[in-house]
Structure formats: C-alpha cells, structure tokens
Design a protein around this ligand. Structure first.
Ligand SMILES: Nc1ncnc2c1ncn2[C@@H]1O[C@H](COP(=O)(O)OP(=O)(O)OP(=O)(O)O)[C@@H](O)[C@H]1O
Ligand SMILES: [Mg+2]
Length: 403
C-alpha cells in the first residue's frame, strides 16, 4: 500500500527531529574538549620543545575506546602548527596516521609508503623490496634539517597486521638520521599492547605515558549536553534522554563515542517512526542496534576458518536441541573443510577459536566435569534469532563455498 511510503517520506520532509545531525558524527571536531585538560596540558608540555626545533621524548597515549585520545591529539597538533614561527631555522612537520585504516597498514610497505606520501614524497604502490622503501623513507626524512612528529594512532594494529619489527625499526630510526630527528606519538586502546611487545620497543615508545581514563556518567552527560546544543530542534528530546544515553555509555566503560552514537541513532529511529519526539524507548532500540551491528561487524571481518567454525555451531544448534559440545563442532567443521577443500585446523586451534567467540559474546561456553577428570565444553548461542540469521547470510555470502 502506498500510504506507508507517504508517511515515511513526509516525516523526513517535515524533519521534526534534527537541526544539524553532523555535529553528532564522530569526525566532527567539537569546540570544547571537556574533562581532558590535564591530559592535554601534559601532552602539550612534553611536546612544546618541538616549537624550538628540539626532539622530545617519545610519547604513548592509552585509554579505552572513546575516551578522547584522537580528539585531544588532533587538537594539540593543530595548536602546535598554529604556533610554528615562519622565520624558524628548522622545519617542523607533524603527521597523523591512523594505522587501523585498511589499505594503509596491511603491510610494512603500505604504511611506509603512506608516511612517505604524507611527508611529500612519492612511491609506487607496490613493487619495491622492503629494504628499498626503508632507504627511501630515511632519505626523505633526512633530506633536510627537519623535525618530524609522527603520530601513529591505533598503533597496536601495526603489530597485529605487520610485526614487531616494524615498530622496532621505527624506534631505532633516529640513530640512522644525520640532519633530522623524529619523535613518535603512539596511541592505543588496547591496554595490554605494551606488555606484549619487545621490551626494547616498549621502553623506547613509552618514554612518557599518558592515560586517558574512562568518563563517568555525569561527565558523559555534560559532554552530550554541550555537543547536542545545536543538533536537535527545540524540545524534541523527552526528559531524561541525555541522562539515559550517558548511563548506557558509562556502563560501556565510559565511551563518549557510544554516548554520541546512542543519541544520534535514537534520533534517527524517532525520525523513521515519524515521531515528533525522541522518546526514552528509542535509546533502548538504538542500544540493541549498536550491539547487533558490532557483532555483525565481527562476523564479517573474521577469517574463513573462524567463519566455518561459527557456521558449524549455528547449523548444529539449528539441527538439534541445545546444548552442543566442542567435539561435535569439530566433526561438523572437519566435514565442511573437506567439502570445500580447505585446510583443517587442529582441535586445539578450534578450541581457541571457540573461546574467542565466547569472549566476544557470540556464544556462551560452560565447562562441565564428566568425572575422572574428564571435562566437556557445552556451547550455546548468545545472540538473537535475527542476528543468527544475518550472521549466516554474511558467512554464506563471504565464503562462496559449498555450505
Ligand atoms: N571530552 C570530550 N568532549 C567532547 N567530545 C568528546 C570528548 N571526548 C570524546 N569526545 C567525542 O567522542 C568521540 C570519540 O572520541 P575519540 O575519537 O577521541 O576517542 P578515542 O579515545 O580516540 O577512541 P578509540 O580508542 O576508539 O580511537 C568523538 O566523536 C569525540 O569527538
Ligand atoms: Mg581514536
């Protein structure tokens, strides 16, 4: 029936809810950064000497996701660049790179090429051997007297995707440079990252460390209040909406991004519903939408072997009553691999993968003893039917195999 479409288009046309939604988007740079004065001042005082052309200590910023790390460093970068003297007898370059971005940090080659590009050089997208690109990297840095501050955001990704060696080489770089110097600012939300890397790299990267603590519910509420001032039309927010977003996000380890997303998505859901107000219930809906998307993202990005294991679990649970056991999953998985001519991983490895799914909240695993020290692991799915269906679709589409 056509009237439904009318209602949808009309409500967007009327635009009851938003005045300027873009302010809630993650890449929007807010005028005020609340509750981060201490961190910003600390970082500024550590980096200040670069304005006189002096190398500073390497700096490592860490804190959970959504605690304002990227926002703060971008702000400091801009403020530093504003203060560079035109007549200085050295050059200062401050370059920001997000190592999580696909296509940039998949390989050592790509990340070096990207940094070279940011420094004004050029390299072919592929082709050179790694050593050659390192040489070029050093050449471009050392081509003139200059000081380079290299900000590597989500730096843990370089180790995950490339290797420890990349960071090791980077931290040794100054000894190979004669005219120029380089200071590194590493940023990570993986709090165990430093513990897991080579101790020499660790001590070099984190000559100074600054922690970004999570925001509490009241702080998040203030951040949201400030940020949402020009976002919504007058009095469209039901009383308590901001407080509820803040409370939800505080539960998610004080994540400001989560708080902003909740508010934006709740507004979008209200708009989609043709509602004149953002009601409290839309925040619950927004929250489950975010949770769902998060899990689907994980399913999408997992390697084939992970997807096969998950698919085996889903199919087994569909076929029989809960619960199922690790051994059954392994048999099913083996079959699947055989049919698709994919290498079969060891049972040990599959147990690890199952454990990871448990940690991600996709399944629940319970260990039960079977007497005489024997133990079995019982598996249940921890996601909704709808999500199971969508996950299955994703896996089917991405595998293109015989499943
Ligand atoms: N103190 C604050 N005041 C206003 N907005 C903030 C504040 N802290 C964070 N935000 C906003 O929250 C979102 C997340 O912040 P940011 O990107 O800096 O987090 P992060 O610590 O870098 O997280 P991640 O580790 O996931 O990269 C951004 O939209 C940012 O503008
Ligand atoms: Mg960040």
């Amino acid at each position: 029936m056509i009237p439904k479409i009318d209602r949808i288009f009309n409500s967007f046309d009327e635009n009851n809810i938003f005045r300027d939604k873009s302010i809630l988007q993650t890449n929007y740079q807010p005028k005020d950064i609340l509750y981060r004065n201490q961190q910003i001042e600390q970082i500024a005082s550590i980096l200040a000497p670069v304005l006189r052309g002096e190398k500073t200590s390497n700096l490592f910023l860490y804190g959970k996701t959504g605690t304002g790390k990227t926002l703060s460093i971008q702000y400091i970068k801009d403020e530093l660049l504003k203060r560079v003297k035109k007549d200085a007898n050295f050059k200062l370059k401050i370059k920001y790179l997000n190592c999580k971005l696909k296509k940039i940090s998949d390989t050592e080659y790509r990340i070096l090429a990207e940094i070279i590009r940011k420094l004004g050089g050029s390299v072919p997208t592929t082709g050179l051997p790694t050593q050659a690109i390192y040489n070029q990297f050093i050449k471009i840095i050392d081509s003139e007297k200059q000081l380079i501050v290299l900000i590597l955001d989500e730096i843990d990704q370089t180790v995950k995707k490339i290797s420890n060696d990349f960071l090791y080489n980077l931290t040794r770089l100054n000894s190979e440079l004669s005219k120029s110097q380089i200071c590194l600012v590493g940023i990570s939300n993986d709090l165990t990252f430093l513990d897991e890397i080579d101790p020499r790299v660790r001590s070099s990267l984190s000559e100074e460390e600054i922690v970004f603590p999570p925001y509490n519910a009241l702080q998040l509420q203030e951040i949201l209040n400030k940020r949402s001032q020009d976002v919504f039309k007058e009095s469209v927010l039901q009383e308590g909406v901001i407080a509820k977003c803040a409370a939800f996000a505080a539960r998610e380890h004080g994540d400001a991004r989560r708080a902003l997303d909740l508010l934006r998505i709740a507004g979008e859901l209200a708009e989609r519903d043709g509602s004149k107000k953002v009601l409290l219930k839309y925040i619950d809906d927004a929250n489950s939408k975010i949770e769902q998307d998060k899990i689907l993202d994980i399913v999408k990005s997992e390697p084939k072997q992970f997807q096969f294991v998950l698919y085996s679990i889903i199919r087994l649970i569909e076929k029989q009553e809960n619960p199922i056991f690790t051994g059954e999953v392994y048999n099913f998985y083996q079959d699947l691999c055989d049919k698709n001519k994919l290498e079969v991983l060891t049972q040990r490895r599959i147990s690890d993968i199952i454990q990871e799914f448990d940690m991600l909240g996709i399944i629940n695993v319970r260990v039960i003893s079977k007497g005489r020290g024997g133990r079995m692991r019982e598996i249940r799915l921890a996601i909704s039917r709808d999500l199971i269906r969508k996950s299955k679709e994703i896996i089917k589409n991405s595998l293109n195999y015989n499943i």
